[in-house]
Design a protein around this ligand. Structure first.
Ligand code: ZN
Length: 156
């Protein structure tokens, strides 16, 4: 059994789509980044790569590579799964925390779990998605950014 941790933060900007865990969430702002800026899936991808001691997503999918401009983070996560599968690893469970002042993520939890379960090809009972706010403190508290942590265990 191997454990990995992932963390990511992206800035919010008006007029961008908000994609969290591969699910588009209706909101006036969205996250800014080279790919679709899916902060949740970036944290999960980094946790998986970390558990396998295989670097991070910036190393595998650099933002200098035009192939990843506007890329779907679900497709990048799928590539991460292919990479660790080749080393004989598979994901056992994933625990995720999203830190966002707005919008309320809780109502989308089931949809996000289902999407991650589809991408990882594991049962939804192995995926946990939690959401919290920053209690008005700092950049997240001011609604300027959304962050996410993920912890993953791998078998193999
Ligand atoms: Zn990111």
């Amino acid at each position: 059994m191997r454990v990995g941790i992932g963390y990511d933060i992206h800035r919010l900007m008006e007029g961008k789509p908000l994609i969290l865990g591969g699910v588009e969430i209706p909101y006036i702002k969205g996250l800014v980044g080279y790919s679709d800026a899916d902060v949740l899936l970036h944290a999960v991808s980094d946790a998986i790569l970390g558990a396998a001691s295989m670097g991070d997503i910036g190393m595998h999918f650099p933002d200098t590579d035009p192939r990843y401009k506007g890329a779907s983070s679900a497709s990048l996560l799928r590539k991460v799964i292919d990479l660790i599968s080749r080393k004989g690893y598979r994901v056992n469970n994933v625990d995720i925390v999203v830190i966002a002042e707005e919008p309320k993520i809780g109502v989308f939890r089931a949809k996000i779990s289902k999407k991650i379960s589809d991408v990882l090809h594991i049962d939804e009972s192995r995926i946990s998605v939690k959401a919290t706010t920053s209690e008005g403190v700092g950049s997240i508290g001011r609604g300027e950014a959304i962050a996410s942590y993920a912890v993953v265990t791998l078998e193999g």
